[in-house]
Design a protein around this ligand. Structure first.
Ligand code: PLP
Length: 235
């Protein structure tokens, strides 16, 4: 099942890249493995998957410790300041930086570990009340402040688009995120590059790729439906 799913997702990514005139190498597939057991991740690993996304700190840490070292771990979910210390040396990229206080906590932990933290700024493009992320109009001021943090490197932007029946509805959201990133990149600010656009999930990653995504976060499409009976979280 996993193998067939992966093959299908790969084919769809290929097709979306072709439609958009993009090279497949421009898009990284992040296998979103939240709620799935280590054994399932190992199965994916054996099929060649090396980039996994988790949305909870504790789950990421547990899986990090149980699985091979050459895995690239991405933290994609909301991050609490007091938990930064657990993942600072484990997550290669934090996709979900949504406040200055969180950025400050990351700066502090990265300084302690003498490393540079790679982050994306989460933008609530659709302005959904239930979602985390900065409002688009808050971005400029935020970027200016974070650029002063020596242990943080901003790599780009991330958004979680609304859950819609027809993924085409999210095309303008993805186009908007791309436009925001182009506008920031143009300013040539220290410590700020806009090389990564993390957008698109199972429901809409093909559209996101057509609109410029460089990272797509696919969970259900690879691993099947999630069982939240024990976890009690959403999406
Ligand atoms: C769960 C999750 C995903 C993957 O969702 P699917 O619809 O299962 O592909 C992507 N991004 C974030 C931030 C998530 O929490």
């Amino acid at each position: 099942m996993l193998k067939e799913n992966l093959t299908q997702v790969e084919e769809k990514i290929d097709a979306a890249c072709r439609r958009a005139g993009r090279d497949r190498s421009e898009v990284t597939l992040i296998a979103v493995s939240k709620t799935k057991p280590v054994s399932t991740l190992k199965e994916a690993y054996d099929l060649g998957v090396r980039v996994f996304g988790e949305n909870k700190v504790q789950e990421l840490v547990e899986k990090y410790e149980a699985l091979p070292e050459d895995i690239h771990w991405h933290l994609i979910g909301h991050l609490q300041r007091n938990k930064v210390k657990y993942i600072i040396d484990k997550a290669e990229l934090i996709h979900s930086v949504d406040s200055l206080r969180l950025a400050e906590a990351i700066e502090k932990e990265a300084a302690k570990h003498q490393c540079t933290a790679n982050i994306l700024i989460e933008v609530n493009v659709a302005k959904e009340e239930s979602k985390f992320g900065l409002m688009p109009e808050e971005l400029d001021a935020f970027v200016d402040k974070v650029s002063e943090f020596p242990h943080i490197c901003v790599k780009g932007l991330m958004t979680i688009a609304p859950f819609v029946a027809d993924p085409e509805e999210n095309r303008p959201i993805f186009a908007r995120l791309r436009k925001l990133s182009v506008d920031i990149a143009r300013k040539n600010i220290d410590n700020i590059t806009m090389s990564i656009l993390s957008m698109g999930m199972t429901n809409d990653y093909q559209i996101a790729i057509e609109e410029g995504a460089t990272m797509v976060r696919v969970g259900t499409g690879i691993f099947g439906a999630r069982d939240y009976a024990q976890q009690g979280n959403v999406r």
